[in-house]
Write a protein that binds this ligand. Structure first.
Ligand SMILES: [Zn+2]
Length: 443
């Protein structure tokens, strides 16, 4: 019911793309590839492995067995057994296949809207002024606390559906608009429900240290005590998150408070992420790196020292061009430093009501190129290979390789750079999640 109500275009059955395009069927057994559920031919592949630009394989083919990629390579090199055992063979009509897209930093679950705040900012108020006046995050906290479970799910599902329509197959979702025990846990449960009801992997992150709730005004240390001693133990006990995040900023929490959150997270065996250096340099990136963080995100004001620390710890830099654009920031993240120290760069929507109200990951590709001067290949790596790294999932998703999850998208484009080049268009033709065709456009 919910799928029909909120995402009428979705197809859950693993049905052929088009009966006219299905060109062969055979079920001959072969020990090497005895169960090939589908084989895609007449396609080009951007595998996003690091073997050449885009990990490109022109005139390629991809075979799926169950939820995994069973074989990938040149069309003329398909093992005979793969082709003969394929239950379904699909003609990709010269489309390009990329890994399923990964949105590794979102605040997708929340109540209400901040369109009024947008109006105020256009009348001259700054993001910091609005935050200090109790607006900003706090207004979303109030709306999220008020929303019942069903309403919170419905509002969030609509946003998730937009991401899925652009080929997102994995999404990270943070809490952080409850800031009390009940609502933080509720947000994480809604995130989990979204992953259960939609064909997408949801990676939940606990962001209790997002903002100071009104009831803790002037008592930020006490609030951090509450996050560490009362909320995080419940999050861990109920297995509601795999990572913990914090907002280390002059209008958020200090590095000392952030470190307490990290120490507690480590004790619970939870991974670490950090909103760092968005508006000033508090050396959050280096702090995150010291704790072996999966990622440090934003990073407009990151220093060379911070970047070097990230390189040493293998921490991914998650860039968020939507927030940079929406807040009309002018300080660009240190892209050259990130390249020089070979820090993996990921990109994400940062989908949230205050500073990045977008549900388009494809638009972030273009913005990362136009605003941050990433190359289209770097940008695409940011929402595939490096997005997976930022979630600690690089062994199973993010590139197209034998044995990885069969999460991929077939695009109606003539070359991979077209994904970053276009503004506001969606050339998705088919999306496949764990081997199942979940969305198709009739073209
Ligand atoms: Zn964020």
């Amino acid at each position: 019911m919910l799928l029909e109500a909120f995402w009428p275009m979705i197809l859950l059955a693993n049905c052929p793309v088009n009966s006219k395009q299905r060109i062969a069927m055979n079920s001959t057994q072969n020990p090497a590839y005895e169960k090939i559920d589908s084989l895609w031919i007449n396609v080009h592949l951007s595998t996003m492995t690091q073997s050449g630009p885009y990990g490109m394989i022109e005139n390629g083919a991809l075979a799926v067995s169950g939820q995994k990629i069973a074989w990938i390579g040149k069309r003329h090199e398909i093992p005979r057994a793969v082709e003969s055992n394929a239950v379904e063979i699909y003609d990709g009509d010269s489309g390009w296949i990329t890994p399923g897209l990964i949105d590794c930093h979102t605040h997708l679950v929340y109540g209400g809207s901040r369109a009024r705040e947008f109006e105020l900012r256009l009348q001259g108020a700054t993001y910091e002024e609005i935050a200090r006046q109790g607006g900003g995050i706090r207004s979303t906290v109030a709306a999220t606390r008020e929303a019942d479970d069903e309403s919170l799910f419905k509002q969030s599902a609509l946003r998730l559906a937009s991401l899925l329509q652009e080929g997102v197959t994995t999404v990270e979702i943070k809490s952080g608009y409850g800031l009390d025990l009940e609502t933080e846990l509720r947000m994480l449960r809604v995130a989990r429900q979204l992953g259960e009801r939609y064909p997408v992997t949801v990676v939940p992150t606990f962001l209790g240290a997002h903002a100071l709730p009104p009831e803790y005004e002037g008592q930020s240390d006490r609030y951090i005590d509450f996050v560490c001693n009362e909320v995080m133990p419940q999050v861990a006990a109920q297995q509601l998150a795999i990572a913990v995040d914090a907002f280390c900023e002059s209008i958020g929490f200090t590095p000392e408070q952030t470190e307490r959150v990290f120490k507690t997270a480590k004790n619970f065996g939870l991974a670490i992420k950090l909103h760092a250096e968005q508006l000033s340099d508090l050396q959050g990136a280096a702090l995150a790196a010291r704790y072996g963080a999966l990622s440090a995100d934003h990073l407009e004001y990151a220093s060379e020292e911070g970047v070097k620390a990230m390189a040493d710890s293998g921490t991914v830099a998650v860039l968020l061009p939507g927030a940079f654009y929406f807040l009309r920031e002018t300080r660009v993240p240190p892209i050259d430093l990130l390249r020089r120290y070979e820090v993996p760069i990921a990109l994400s929507t940062d989908s949230n009501p205050g500073s990045s109200p977008t549900e388009s990951l494809l638009l972030m590709l273009n913005m990362a190129c136009t605003l941050f001067r990433l190359t289209p290949e770097e940008a695409l790596a940011g929402i595939t290979r490096n997005g997976a790294k930022a979630l600690g999932l690089h062994n199973t998703i993010g590139t197209l390789e034998q044995g990885k999850d069969a999460d991929f998208v077939i695009w109606n484009i003539s070359e991979p750079a077209e994904l970053a080049y276009r503004i506001g268009s969606n050339p998705l033709r088919h999306a496949i999640k764990k081997g199942k065709l979940i969305r198709t456009l009739d073209t």
